[in-house]
Design a protein around this ligand. Structure first.
Ligand SMILES: NC(=O)c1ccc[n+]([C@@H]2O[C@H](COP(=O)([O-])OP(=O)(O)OC[C@H]3O[C@@H](n4cnc5c(N)ncnc54)[C@H](O)[C@@H]3O)[C@@H](O)[C@H]2O)c1
Length: 287
């Protein structure tokens, strides 16, 4: 008999990991965040403090709720410390070898036979990641959206090997405990949202690359003309140029559709470290 999920591990504390850690801590869970180094843990903690501070300033959270959430949040750089976790949410870099190596390690450390291992990959097939660990039946995709504390959607993706109770417990956890909405997707690179979104984002990059229109005008077109809350280039900056490149590559590999192939401009931006908001510069300057 599996117990209620109260002890959560979050692997990675970049944009998504910090957001997921905050989301889980605000839901009253005991959260242990796995960072690669002490410096990235400190950076992740600063991200959470900033975001949760904003939630207090805007009246979404009381100071008492903030303090309780922060008290529930711990950091480590040793994967073995996650041994007692019931649900591990992985949000490390979008790299199949890195994620596979981490899940292999986590599978050896986590002791609960009912534990669930969830990846928030944007486009790597869940079946492939599941196959890299010793408990493929306990593996599932939970694709959250950025910023995780605010965005309500989670795409839930079972692999061909995921056990039924993993799907039902994950959906109950994500909706009942974290307060999100779920859509189910087959295990296809990009799931529902990115399969539609990424070709659109890349088409906007090609427009800028070819001089068809400026980034500002493309974004203005889509915000004022289509009532999108944000234009595609600003959205790439928010998601992260490297993450969009990774998602495009995975979609291209799956569907061989040229509209999913990352344009050279985006590849060069990734090479140059112009990754968007998280590095201070992308299509726009945030410094
Ligand atoms: N950014 C988005 O909008 C978004 C949305 C949904 C899903 N995702 C997915 O979330 C994941 C993370 O993306 P991100 O935007 O947060 O990237 P990011 O670059 O901001 O953060 C990645 C973090 O992972 C850490 N890391 C790398 N290897 C690690 C390891 N072995 N152990 C622990 N930490 C490790 C890095 O130090 C970094 O802090 C990716 O799979 C991405 O596809 C991102």
């Amino acid at each position: 008999m599996s117990e209620d999920i109260t002890r959560v591990g979050v692997a990675g504390c970049g944009v998504m990991g910090a957001g997921l850690a905050e989301t889980c801590a605000r839901a009253g869970l005991d959260v242990l965040v796995l960072a690669r180094t002490a410096e990235s843990a400190a950076r992740g903690e600063r991200r959470v403090l900033k975001s949760i501070g904003r939630a207090v300033e805007t009246g979404k959270l009381t100071e008492g709720e903030r303090d309780a959430a922060l008290a529930a949040l711990k950091f480590t750089t040793d994967a073995a410390d996650l041994h007692d976790r019931q649900f591990v949410l992985e949000a490390i870099v979008e790299s199949e070898p890195e994620k596979s190596a981490l899940f292999k390690e986590l599978g050896d450390h986590v002791t609960d036979a009912h534990a669930i291992f969830a990846s928030t990959t944007s486009a790597i097939p869940i079946t492939r990641l599941a196959g890299a660990m010793n408990r493929p039946g306990r593996f599932i995709g939970t694709h959250f959206f950025n910023p995780a504390p605010v965005m309500r959607l989670v795409e839930v993706t079972a692999s061909l090997l995921t056990e039924d109770d993993v799907v039902t417990r994950t959906e109950a956890f994500v909706t009942g405990v974290l307060g999100k909405e779920v859509v189910r997707s087959q295990d296809r690179a990009g799931f529902v949202v990115n399969t539609l979104l990424v070709p659109y984002l890349l088409a906007a990059v090609r427009m800028v690359e070819s001089g068809f229109a400026t980034a500002e005008d493309v974004d203005k077109g889509m915000t004022l003309g289509c009532a999108h809350p944000m234009g595609p280039l600003r959205l790439i900056d928010l998601i992260g140029v490297d993450t969009v490149v990774g998602a495009g590559r995975a979609l291209y590999e799956e569907f061989l559709d040229p509209s999913c192939a990352p344009p050279a401009l985006l590849l060069r931006m990734a090479d140059a470290g112009l990754l968007g908001k998280k590095t201070g510069r992308g299509f726009y300057d945030y410094r």
